[in-house]
Design a protein around this ligand. Structure first.
Ligand code: ARG
Length: 456
């Protein structure tokens, strides 16, 4: 039996029900729906709508329904269009007509918004745990490679030497911002719509402050009309998920490139690599390609939902039901991606020899310019002079360090014997010790700050 059959003379069409019903996915909200109902029953006692006895009967029925969901014995009926209908139907079966008093002053509009906010708060908590795990994996691997030098890239072209720890930690900070965004989204989610009714507010003396607190919310919503149609929290969370998966995708892309045999900087553990059905030699990084591919899907969940929101008139509209599958999907997807990324990082094999082999002297061209600048040459002129050095080395097919001093001095007389000291990759990174730089000394401080954040 539906919750709204009174004004209709015919039952709704089966195809309409297949389109309209949300029980297939909003069943996931059962615990929150029942928690919201128990709190609401108590609020109805304070408002003088239910006697304490009636409330106890209703709460016992709700607890029974909860147990049935928990142990998978809750039997759904054909008329159970959504989780709210299913719970109320079962409640009335269990406790009789008094169960029908629970919905006094309440609408599924404030009910579903409350349920989904409660669910989202818990889901965000689980996501935070997964994010911290990945941060820990990055920190642990970074700690082992504070002194390992690799080429750093801009425009995907060799740029300057960096340390492996510095590369790995760059993703720690992206994830830290993801965590921050999530914490921010949680604040806006922790607002309780219950008591807003369908749109206009409650005619009952509901203490909404107490009701919000009893459910663990920070505060009640300010405007009943806004409360039932506000899904900003869903968009916030979808954005936090989309950006987080964008970060995973970028890390995955680095791993794909650096593990390609042409680079050979890193190798993914066998457990996180895949093979080819045809080419026996292949070692693919499918999980990383999935990180990249799923990011597209999560961005789609965000933009799809924003598109669903943008044209809605005031008040609740059924379009809002689209919120759930989008967020369920984004969170489920991240819950599958993050543990694989953490384990892939944790078991990553770093190949320092291959990195060292890729450290060509052109990566030190900036250091050469810095050398001239230290001797007093304005950096712009130093940059130009080193450009000429690089060109001359190319003409003579020589490495920079093999260029005779006379050639260097012909370009700029400030070059002298001590230039030999520039051709040292460890020295190059060691110099970049200002706050946030790649020098092992600075990275140790960076690691300490990362560790502090992990410790909470
Ligand atoms: N299944 C609905 C949703 O997810 C519940 C609210 C239905 N409200 C209504 N007035 N039809 O949004």
């Amino acid at each position: 039996m539906s919750l709204w059959g009174g004004r209709f003379s015919e039952p709704s069409d089966a195809d309409l029900r297949r389109l309209n019903d949300s029980i297939g996915f909003d069943r996931a909200l059962y615990a929150e729906d029942i928690a919201g109902s128990i709190a609401y029953a108590q609020a109805l006692v304070s408002a003088g709508v239910l006697t304490p006895d009636e409330a106890n009967t209703i709460i016992a029925g709700l607890e029974q329904a909860l147990a049935e969901f928990d142990n998978d014995t809750f039997a759904l009926m054909p008329g159970d269009e959504d989780i709210h209908t299913a719970v109320e139907r079962r409640l009335i079966e269990l406790v009789g007509a008094v169960g029908g008093k629970l919905h006094t002053g309440r609408s599924r509009n404030d009910q579903v918004a409350t349920d989904f906010r409660l669910w989202s708060l818990r889901a965000a908590e689980r996501l935070l745990d997964d994010l911290r795990q990945l941060q820990s994996a990055l920190v642990e691997m970074a700690e082992r490679h504070i002194d390992t030098v690799m080429p750093g890239y801009t425009h995907m072209q060799p740029a300057q030497p960096i340390t492996v720890a510095h590369w790995l930690l760059s993703f720690f900070w992206m994830l830290e911002r993801d965590i921050d965004r999530l914490a921010n989204a949680r604040e806006r989610t922790a607002v309780c719509p219950l008591g807003a009714g369908a749109l206009a507010g409650s005619p009952l003396a509901i203490d909404r402050q107490a009701l919000a607190e009893s459910l663990g919310f920070d505060r009640p919503s300010e405007n009943s009309l806004d409360a039932v149609s506000d899904r900003d929290f869903v968009a916030d969370l979808l954005y936090a998920c989309a950006l987080c998966s964008t970060h995973l995708s970028r890390l995955a892309e680095d791993i794909l490139i650096y593990s390609n045999p042409a680079f050979g900087f890193i190798s993914l553990d066998d457990r996180y690599s895949t093979g080819s059905s045809l080419m026996p030699q292949k070692r693919n990084a499918d999980p990383m390609e999935l990180m990249r591919g799923k990011a597209g899907r999560l961005i789609g969940n965000l933009t799809g939902f924003l598109a669903a929101l943008k044209g809605l008139p005031s008040g609740y509209n059924k379009d809002l039901q689209e919120d759930k599958e989008a967020l369920f999907d984004s969170l489920d997807t991240l819950a599958r991606l993050l543990p694989v990324m953490s384990a892939s990082i944790g078991s990553l094999k770093i190949n320092p020899e291959n990195m060292a082999a890729a450290l060509t002297e052109d990566l030190l061209a900036t250091d050469l310019a810095d050398y001239l600048a230290r001797k007093g040459l304005p950096f712009r002129q130093a940059h130009h002079a080193v450009g000429a050095v690089v060109r001359r080395a190319g003409e003579l097919s020589l490495a920079l360090s093999a260029l005779p001093l006379s050639e260097l001095q012909a370009i700029n007389p400030l070059f002298s014997d001590d230039v030999a000291a520039v051709y040292d990759f460890a020295q190059s990174v060691a110099q970049r010790r200002a706050y946030g730089g790649t020098a092992p000394e600075a990275v140790r401080e960076q690691l300490a700050r990362a560790r502090q954040l992990l410790a909470g």
